[in-house]
Design a protein around this ligand. Structure first.
Ligand code: MN
Length: 301
């Protein structure tokens, strides 16, 4: 491991993450259940490319051809989840200028950010929820948990007919009949198409009528498939009406209580294959943090 750690490239970090993941998470998947496509563990590592166009440096991760950014741009218009009284709400992003190439800093620009932890494309740590309050906060999340295979379950047709659609266990099993068993350690993304509304906050929040996972799907993914976490295109990992469910916000309750994670407000999900991509999920490392804006990248074969 020491020799491996001496490598400093992204590819090495990926290789470490996936190797540790495969060895340490109790992954019970058989080889036939592994995600098809390139095998990151066998990939050569040759150093970084210059980047900028999504093209990976040749050989950096053999077999992956593209990087897809699943992150929405964070700005002052970024929609934030709304909770009814008596609950407190979380502020969206505002910025103050510290200096902007002026007397306060003639050669530099920088800003102070004000925002709730759970703003924009963001990561939910287990300690966000009362069921996970003794589990990991941001700084305690093992890095190997932040890289894993992506499973994309497309329910866009059903959501187009019903914005309150709750994704079912049957939706997941239909995916498995076509693509194989959802592997342990996977990031499961609910492809609802909801990201298309992102630039219209009213349509995005839709008065609390937004899709999400059913309680039964959350239980299935957490306990029968041992996934790493759930990713969604909506403002939160629960459906818009989930505050009225039993338990309230069942995905938060169950998934975070099981030590798993959430990622919200994803975009570009339609650029991913149903299986075969690798997700890189990189939240901030704030001590005691319950969530963080996150850059979510997908490596696509
Ligand atoms: Mn959150």
């Amino acid at each position: 491991m020491r020799a491996v750690r001496s490598l400093t490239t992204l590819g090495a970090a990926l290789a470490i993450g996936l190797a540790v993941s495969a060895c340490s998470d109790g992954n019970s998947a058989t080889p036939s259940e592994e995600v098809a496509g390139p095998d990151p563990l066998m990939s050569a590592v040759h150093g970084g490319g210059k980047g900028g166009d999504g093209a990976l440096h040749p050989g950096l991760l053999h077999g992956f051809k593209r990087v897809v950014d699943l992150t929405q741009t964070l700005d002052e218009n970024t929609p934030v989840i709304y909770l009814p009284p008596p609950f407190a709400n979380s502020p969206g992003l505002t910025r103050d200028v510290i200096s902007f190439f002026d007397a306060a800093g003639p050669a530099w620009a920088w800003y102070t950010l004000h925002l709730g932890e759970h703003t924009g494309t963001h990561f939910d740590a287990p300690c966000h929820w009362i069921t996970g309050r003794d589990l990991a906060c941001l700084e305690e999340v093992p890095p190997e948990h932040l890289i894993g295979p992506a499973v994309v379950i497309d329910v866009r047709d059903k959501v187009a007919r019903d914005p309150d659609y709750l994704v079912t266990v049957e939706d997941a099993k239909a995916w498995e009949r076509r693509h194989g068993r959802i592997p342990a350690g996977a990031w499961v993304i609910l492809q609802t198409g909801w990201s298309k509304r992102y630039n219209d906050p009213a349509a995005y929040l839709n008065d609390g009528h937004t899709p999400g996972p059913s309680k039964e799907l959350t239980e299935f993914l957490a306990f029968e498939r041992d996934i790493r976490g759930l990713g969604v295109e909506t403002v939160g990992t629960d459906a818009g009406q989930a505050g009225t469910f039993d338990p309230p916000f069942p995905n938060h309750n169950i998934m975070l209580g099981a030590g798993k994670y959430g990622i919200t407000s994803l975009t570009n999900v339609d650029k991913l294959p149903p299986r075969g991509a690798v997700l890189i999920v990189a939240p901030m490392k704030v001590r005691g943090g319950t969530g963080s804006p996150v850059r979510v990248l997908a490596l696509v074969p």
